[in-house]
Design a protein around this ligand. Structure first.
Ligand code: SF4
Length: 191
């Protein structure tokens, strides 16, 4: 009897937007579960596992860390949604904007980009300050920092600052088995 071909591996991406990378550190805390994961997925895009610069097509699952704070974050988030079957809002910065979103408190929330740049580079400068405008080099800040779901539809929320490795494992394991989350109401999803 001819042996059946091995099952195709899932294509997994992990994405780093405006976050401290702590959620990715928690992902690495999966320790030996990473070996189980490696048997079931190909990591096709990640700041900790690949040197791929362009977000690839046909991604099965993406863990997206961080809020959407600048134009580069926005462009990547849109690509992730377009090219990924299941998008996970990974950690509190993605889910609520969290720490990067604190700048939304400035200027009544209308244009916190201008307010935070002026505060950091002019008002608090030791010498004559200069705003860091370098079009094409430094990504322009958005007026407000946004949680991921305000920019693209997400399929699963994985909160925590960071989510514990145990919680990440519990969220990923059913996905590896082919289960998909079921929508409850407009936002909350469960297995
Ligand atoms: Fe860092 Fe917490 Fe944000 Fe994750 S949720 S990127 S650990 S600040």
């Amino acid at each position: 009897m001819t042996p059946s071909p091995p099952a195709a591996k899932l294509r997994l991406a992990t994405v780093w937007l405006a976050g401290c990378s702590g959620c990715h550190m928690s992902f690495l805390d999966l320790d030996e579960f990473l070996f189980d994961l490696a048997e079931k997925v190909d990591v096709v895009f990640s700041p900790v596992g690949t040197d791929v610069k362009i977000y690839p097509e046909n991604v099965d699952i993406a863990l997206v860390e961080g809020a959407v704070a600048n134009v580069d974050n926005l462009e990547l988030a849109l690509q992730v949604r377009e090219r990924t079957a299941l998008v996970i809002s990974f950690g509190d910065c993605a889910v609520t904007a969290n720490v990067p979103g604190l700048r939304n408190l400035l200027d009544g929330g209308h244009d916190s980009a201008k307010a935070v740049l002026e505060r950091g580079y002019l008002e608090l400068a030791d010498a004559t300050g200069q705003l860091p405008f370098a079009p094409g080099i430094v990504p322009e800040l958005l007026p407000r920092v946004l949680p991921l779901h305000e920019v693209i539809p997400v399929d699963l929320y994985l909160p925590g600052c960071p989510p514990s490795a145990e919680r990440i494992r519990e969220a990923i394991t059913p996905l590896l088995a082919g289960e998909r989350p079921v929508q409850e109401g407009s936002a909350m999803l469960r297995f």
